[in-house]
Every structure is written in structure tokens, then in C-alpha cells.
Write a protein that binds this ligand. Structure first.
Ligand SMILES: Cc1cc2nc3c(=O)[nH]c(=O)nc-3n(C[C@H](O)[C@H](O)[C@H](O)COP(=O)(O)OP(=O)(O)OC[C@H]3O[C@@H](n4cnc5c(N)ncnc54)[C@H](O)[C@@H]3O)c2cc1C
Length: 482
């Protein structure tokens, strides 16, 4: 039966859209970090919404599971298939057109396979800003960004992908197409269905296009790198920076000294911009579309005032675009640098902004009590309460033995998060990696409601089964383990 369906799918998408030769198929099966290596009957690459719909209809008839895939930069194993090889990967990569830009309405409509950087560029060419920005922007695709509700460095000012979305086009699990591509900022006509598909990680349908918000392009951008004596001061400094910049703060990123040290050690082009070492740093960016009042002057005044108040120990404001890039390089180098320091147990968590410092202190102490010598690297978008709480292994410890502590460390860190009303996944989603943690921390009522939504939209459980939700004991989300 399945081979008959595969032939019919090949007939829909043509030879360019159907990959089953092992070598060509391989990249579709491996997760970005290599954590998961799956198998699939084929990677199918439709070129239009109609082709996606036709493929989904065939899969629905045959009971063939579908794993939607964008740029495959996701970090929780959501976009790669399970090892059982029972599904197909449906890649949106060929659907990469910008369908329309309306500068007056400040909107852009793009197909799901459009690479994020291309979308930013298209907006830029019309003197507009599409503010979603993240390290993977040269590879990730807007359908993947929508499906993970991606965050990134601009969330503080512009919100995450959900906040940037006005309308969606979605192929439903039965192959029907929902045209919800509205370009309205106000539309109170009942349930806002697009929000079900945003952040659903491909478990409810396939996003084929989206209408997204654009913004005026910034004419002034200023970047500062400041040093702090105590992590307890970080959010007070953040609050002052917001006020001093008339709420024009675009980014506020935390960097620990250890993160800077390993970046200098392992990544070319990173240096310490300040004369003396300090335990903590923050990277700030302010931007504005107007040119009358000087953001630089506001930032200088903020720096002088916070140094005077004893909150900031030292700081530098980038004198040029190139220097600003150098400061950002410190932030971006941390993950790469950590790879050179042995095993890293990662957490992508959020707590209320007012609890960031006490979370970092308590969680760091708790993991060190359990494993002396462990090296926490707490960094990231703390302006949104989002902390990448990564734990580098003790020096000299066997990496495999260290990584065996993964679940135990998760429990310690996630308990500290939960105690503060936080989230165990601030940006990256649940996928396969965190579904057991989700089951542990979400209330039974929320889990039940999520399962009901899934059942209502995808009764055959064909859309990315086993991602986000899976019955206990089921590996691929389709049947219990035997
Ligand atoms: C270097 C690096 C930096 C990163 N920085 C950030 C960051 O700052 N913030 C952040 O949030 N994330 C970050 N990420 C994670 C990742 O880039 C994001 O999750 C991104 O949104 C994934 O997009 P993608 O196109 O690669 O999606 P994929 O990895 O292909 O897919 C992600 C999920 O969405 C589903 N999916 C994909 N396309 C569709 C579609 N059209 N319809 C339905 N479901 C679909 C997949 O099945 C999967 O479950 C980073 C990753 C890397 C490698």
C-alpha cells in the first residue's frame, strides 16, 4: 500500500520534489546538533500549496505520518523523523517566494519555506524592518519560525513570532486548505485560530504561508557593553535602561565572565572590550526610526548615572558599526566556545524578569552541590526573562559520565524554574527532547486540553506524531512500546 502511495506522491511533486536516494535523503534525517538521527520513506518537497494539499490528502488516505521540516535548525528534535522510518519528511524548502509586500499596511506575505534572512532583506528593500532575528537566520525558514514561535534578540521590543503574525495559510491534516491570510491588526471574530498553529511544531497542520508585521526601519542603532559586580543588579540596570531610552531598548543580553573567557579562548575575533575583568556583563542595544533626539547621548547619560549609582562598574558604547558587531560577537560566540569545553547540559528557560537573578544564584548553587566543579554559563535574552542556563562539565571529567547526569540536572534546574512560575522551554519548543519534561511540569488539565485540540484537528495522529505530546511509554507517539 505504502509504495503505491509513494508513487502517487512522486506523481504530485515530480522527480525534483521527491527524494528517496539514501545519500540525498540523509540531511533531512539528522537534527542540527546530531542528537537525533531518524529514518524516513522519503523527503517530499512540494512547490505550491496545492501540491502540499494533494500530498497530505494522499497521506491521510494511507495513514502515512508526516514530519514537516523547514530549515532543520530546530534544537529539540521536532523536525526530524523517528528511527522507525514509518513517516515521510515534508520539506517546505521549495516554497520560498515572497507573495506580497504592502509598505503602507506594514505587512509582508511570504511562503513558509522563505529563509528568514531573505524575508528580512525583502522588507529592507522596501525601507521596512522585519524584526525577527536569531543566530540561525541564514538557514531557518519562516514556517519553522512560526511553528516554534521563535524568539531571538529582538523580542524585547517587537515580541516573538506569534506577536509578529497577522494571518496564516495552513494545510489541515485532511488536506483541506485554510486561507487565513488576513492582513488585519484588528479582527475580533471569535477564536483566533492562527494561534493554534503557531508554536504547534507541525503537530496540527502544515503552515504554507503567512502575513507578517513590518516596522519602520531604525535610523539610529547604539550598542553598549556594560560590566556588573553582582548578578543581583542586572534587572535593576535593565529597568533603568528602559526608562532612560524612552523604552527604545531592542536587546538586553546577559553574559557571564566565564562565557567571555571561553569565547576569547576558543573563538577568533573575540576580545575583552574592558580593561579589568568583572563577574557579569550586559549587552544592550537601543534603536529608533527618528533622528532628532540622540540615542547615543541618552545611552551615555544612562551609563554615567548607573556608574554613579554603583550599579554598573564599567562600560563601553560602540563607536562604529564594526565595533558594535565586535560586541555582538562576544554574545554569539558563547555557544560555539562551550563546545570546546566538553559536555554541556543545556536549558532554555524563562522566569519572570524580577526573578532572573535569584533563579541564577539558586540554580547555580544547586547544581554545584550535586556536582562540584560544574561550570554554569547563564546567558541570553534576560530582558525577556529568558535564560540559556547551560552547564559545562567539570574540568577533567569524562564527558560521557558527565552527560549521564542530564536528566538529574534537568530536574534540579526545572524545579527551580517551576518554583518561580517559569517555563521549561522559553524559545526552542518541546519537540522530542522535552516532551517527558512537559508531561512532568504541565498541569493535567492543560495536558488534557492540548490533547483534545490535537484530537480535534488531527484525529488520525498523522501530523508529526510523538512530538510535543506522546502517551507515556510510546516512542513514536503512535503506539505504546511493546
Ligand atoms: C545557531 C542557532 C541559533 C538559534 N537561535 C535561536 C533563537 O535565538 N531563538 C529561537 O527561538 N530559536 C533559535 N534557534 C532554534 C531554531 O533556529 C528555531 O527554532 C527556528 O525557528 C527553527 O526554524 P526551522 O525553519 O529551522 O525549523 P525546523 O527545525 O525545520 O522545524 C522546527 C519545527 O517546526 C516544524 N515545522 C517546520 N516548518 C513547518 C511548517 N511549514 N508547518 C508546520 N510545521 C513546521 C517542524 O516539524 C519542527 O517541529 C537557534 C538555532 C541555531 C542552530
Amino acid at each position: 500500500v505504502v509504495s503505491g502511495v509513494l508513487d502517487r506522491i512522486r506523481g504530485v511533486v515530480g522527480p525534483k520534489g521527491f527524494i528517496d536516494e539514501p545519500e540525498a535523503l540523509a540531511p533531512y534525517l539528522v537534527e542540527w546538533r546530531g542528537l537525533y538521527r531518524g529514518a524516513a520513506k522519503a523527503a517530499v518537497r512540494p512547490a505550491s500549496t496545492e501540491e502540499v494539499a494533494a500530498v497530505v490528502r494522499l497521506c491521510a488516505e494511507a495513514g502515512l505520518p508526516i514530519v514537516p521540516q523547514g530549515g532543520n535548525t530546530g534544537l529539540v528534535g521536532g523536525g526530524v523523523p523517528f528511527e522507525d522510518g514509518e513517516s515521510i519528511v515534508l520539506s517546505l524548502a521549495r516554497m520560498d517566494r515572497i507573495r506580497a509586500i504592502d509598505p503602507l499596511n506594514h505587512t509582508i506575505t511570504a511562503e513558509a519555506g522563505c529563509i528568514l534572512a531573505d524575508l528580512q532583506k525583502a522588507a529592507d528593500e522596501h525601507d521596512r524592518l522585519f524584526p525577527l532575528s536569531l543566530g540561525a537566520e541564514g538557514s531557518c525558514r519562516i514556517g519553522g519560525n512560526l511553528s516554534t514561535n521563535a524568539g531571538g534578540v529582538g523580542v524585547l521590543r517587537y515580541g516573538n513570532t506569534r506577536d509578529l503574525t497577522l494571518g496564516l495559510e495552513v494545510v489541515l491534516p485532511d488536506g483541506r486548505v485554510w486561507d487565513g491570510l488576513r492582513a488585519l491588526r484588528k479582527d475580533n471574530t471569535g477564536y483566533d485560530l492562527k494561534h493554534l498553529f503557531i508554536g504547534a511544531e507541525g503537530t496540527l497542520g502544515i503552515i504554507t504561508a503567512a502575513t507578517l508585521k513590518l516596522f519602520p526601519k531604525p535610523r539610529q542603532v547604539e550598542t553598549a557593553f556594560i560590566a556588573l559586580r553582582r548578578v543581583e543588579d542586572v534587572m535593576a540596570v535593565f529597568a533603568r535602561a528602559r526608562a532612560a531610552s524612552s523604552d527604545l531598548l531592542t536587546a538586553f543580553e546577559l553574559i557571564p565572565r566565564f562565557g567571555l573567557e571561553i569565547s576569547i579562548k576558543h573563538v577568533a575575533g573575540v576580545s575583552d572590550p574592558l580593561a579589568a575583568p568583572y563577574p557579569w556583563y550586559a549587552l544592550l542595544e537601543v534603536s529608533s526610526s527618528q533622528t532628532e533626539t540622540s540615542l547615543r547621548e541618552a545611552l551615555e547619560a544612562f551609563l554615567a548615572e548607573t556608574i554613579e549609582a554603583g550599579l554598573v562598574a564599567d562600560g563601553v558604547i560602540a563607536a562604529s558599526g564594526a565595533q558594535s558587531q565586535e560586541l555582538w560577537r562576544i554574545r554569539e560566540a558563547i555557544v560555539m566556545a562551550q563546545n570546546h569545553e566538553g559536555g554541556s547540559i543545556k536549558h532554555d528557560v524563562a522566569v519572570p524578569v524580577s526573578r532572573v537573578a535569584d533563579f541564577i544564584i539558586e540554580a547555580s548553587e544547586a547544581v554545584a552541590r550535586r556536582l562540584p566543579g560544574i561550570r554554569p554559563v547563564a546567558f541570553g535574552h534576560v530582558g525577556d526573562g529568558n535564560i540559556h542556563f547551560n552547564l559545562s562539565q567539570p574540568v577533567g571529567m569524562d564527558t560521557k559520565a558527565y552527560l549521564a547526569h542530564w536528566a538529574e540536572m534537568n530536574r534540579i534546574v526545572h524545579d527551580a524554574v517551576a518554583a518561580r512560575g517559569g517555563s521549561i522551554s522559553a524559545e526552542h519548543g518541546i519537540g522530542r527532547l522535552k516532551r517527558d519534561e512537559l508531561r512532568h511540569y504541565k498541569s493535567p488539565l492543560e495536558l488534557e486540553l492540548m490533547a483534545r485540540v490535537k484530537q480535534a484537528l488531527d484525529p488520525g495522529n498523522l501530523m508529526n506524531p510523538g512530538k510535543i505530546l506522546a502517551p507515556e511509554g510510546s516512542q513514536n507517539g503512535r503506539r505504546a512500546a511493546t
